[in-house]
Ligand binder design. Structure first.
Ligand SMILES: C[S@@+](CC[C@H](N)C(=O)[O-])C[C@H]1O[C@@H](n2cnc3c(N)ncnc32)[C@H](O)[C@@H]1O
Ligand code: SF4
Length: 457
């Protein structure tokens, strides 16, 4: 198929769908979910389970207008320091409940901006984790870094306490784009951040880029990617800008006319991905690009690549435990989300034995089979539908609705379905993965109801 033809077809299906970092997606979670259900899930984890821990740091000194993350803006350190105290309580209570029976294979600091934490507070958190949890020798310890906050002291602290992977928020290198989104961050700021981190012994780093930002053009994207390659990162993430101004007021500060339309967004992604592929990065899922030697490329070849709230992962834990406001946990039985209300978080962490849960979801019916299909499509662009369905003992006729939703994509050559049930998305139709995966989503509202998600392309 010609490039133009495939683009036209992909764009004709564009609609608002989840990013499928969970299935069902977070808007389906139930309010006032009982925390006792979650403690039951924690207590029934098998001894020796592998844990992935996530810490949410909901503070930034300045608001980026495109930001979709859960964060508060503060120029004072006192609230951050108080929050560290609460996090330590939450970590120690969870640790005491788990009685050191499990092994941590992954710890991720996200936000907001974890780089708001002063070196002594970052150390305190790491000490608390190590006091209450056993880490595997090869555990990945990752931090989302705002390059504007990085300095020698912070980089050395990260190196000292065992941080071995960094994700740097770059977004773009174009001055006009970055000024419009209220994030002035010239190349030399990112360069210096990388230099400090490498000098501290941290070699594995990822650069986060966003396509679809105001005033981005194919030309500006080409220049930004050329700059980015000078930094020789091991991975790139190229996220599609999720514009949800009805949910995030800060996005209303971005003038509508400055935003690329979906035709232009498509070209921006294609431009970025072609440059990265020509530079030797392999495309993973919908938005990652990694060197062939990277753990994520190896996981994809082995068929062990997974997807969770942090996006793609080469680490397949038995449970993911989230700490801090808004953090989401995943257990074999379902999801649990911590409250987003600071006061309620504080009250529960200080005065209750239960985790500070507000929402959650218990898997039921065909959820896990559908989740497995969606995860495999998002990771590998391929899944044996009949095999997955049979492995959960479900009746094949229950897949009929999804199979009929798939038909137009197959007729248009964006995907194929073999007689034995192998669904394969065409590599050139990668940008329609979320939309094709949504054929298996039982909870997706019809197109005409209120929009909850960003557009897929
Ligand atoms: C928590 S931030 C990273 C750490 C730090 N706060 C920073 O911005 O450098 C996580 C990443 O989410 C991505 N992101 C934030 N808002 C987004 C949006 N609306 N659409 C797509 N990606 C977004 C950005 O690439 C950002 O680097
Ligand atoms: S993108 Fe990062 S620095 Fe900017 S407001 Fe969001 S979390 Fe904070």
């Amino acid at each position: 198929m010609q490039d133009f033809d495939i683009k036209r077809k992909i764009l004709s299906y564009d609609r608002a769908v989840p990013r499928y970092t969970s299935y069902p997606a977070a808007p389906v979670f139930q309010a006032e979910f009982p925390a006792e259900t979650v403690t039951g899930w924690i207590d029934t984890l098998k001894d020796g389970s592998h844990l992935s821990l996530y810490v949410h740091v909901p503070f930034c000194p300045k608001l980026c207008h495109y930001c979709g993350c859960f964060t508060h803006i503060t120029s004072r350190y006192a609230p951050v320091e108080d929050y560290v105290h609460l996090l330590r309580r939450e970590i120690s209570k969870m640790g005491a409940r788990m009685q050191n029976k499990h092994v941590v294979t992954h710890l991720h600091f996200g936000g907001g901006s974890p780089t708001m934490l002063l070196p002594q507070d970052f150390r305190l958190l790491m000490d608390t984790f190590r006091e209450f949890f056993t880490f595997s020798d090869t555990a990945e310890i990752a931090v989302e870094v705002d390059p504007r906050h990085m300095n020698e002291d912070l980089a050395n602290t990260y190196g000292d306490v065992g941080v071995n992977r960094i994700s740097l928020g770059v977004q773009d290198f174009d001055d006009k784009v970055m000024e419009t989104v209220n994030r002035v961050q010239p190349f030399d700021v990112v360069y210096e951040a990388v230099r400090h981190l490498r000098a501290a012994g941290i070699q594995d780093f990822n650069l986060d880029f966003i396509y679809g930002l105001p005033y981005q053009t194919v030309r500006s994207m080409t220049r930004s990617m050329d700059y980015a390659l000078l930094l020789k990162p091991s991975r790139f993430a190229m996220y599609g800008y999720a514009h949800v101004p009805w949910k995030k007021k800060n996005m209303r500060l971005i003038p509508d006319e400055s935003l690329p339309n979906n035709d232009e967004r498509y070209d921006l992604f294609l431009t970025g991905s072609r440059i990265l592929e020509e530079a030797g990065y392999r495309s993973i899922g919908i938005d990652h690009f990694v060197k062939d030697t990277d753990d994520m490329a190896i996981a994809q070849k082995d068929g062990t690549l997974g997807r969770n709230f942090q996006g793609y992962t080469n680490i397949a834990p038995d449970a993911l435990i989230g700490f801090g406001v808004s953090a989401i946990s995943q257990y074999p039985q379902g999801y649990a989300q911590n409250t987003t209300a600071s006061h309620s978080y504080q009250e529960t962490v200080l005065h209750s034995d239960l985790p500070p849960i507000s929402k959650g979801y218990s898997f039921k019916g065909e959820d896990i089979a559908r989740k497995s299909i969606i995860d495999q499509l998002m990771c590998d662009l391929r899944v044996n539908l009949f095999e997955v369905w049979a492995s959960f003992g479900h009746d094949l006729s229950k897949l009929d609705d999804s199979l009929s939703l798939l038909k137009p994509f197959i007729a248009d050559g964006l995907a194929s379905l073999s007689p034995d049930g192998v669904l394969q998305i065409a590599p050139e139709a990668r940008q329609s993965v979320r939309i094709i995966a949504s054929c298996f989503d039982e909870y997706l509202p019809p197109i005409e109801t209120t929009q909850r998600h960003s557009m897929a392309v």
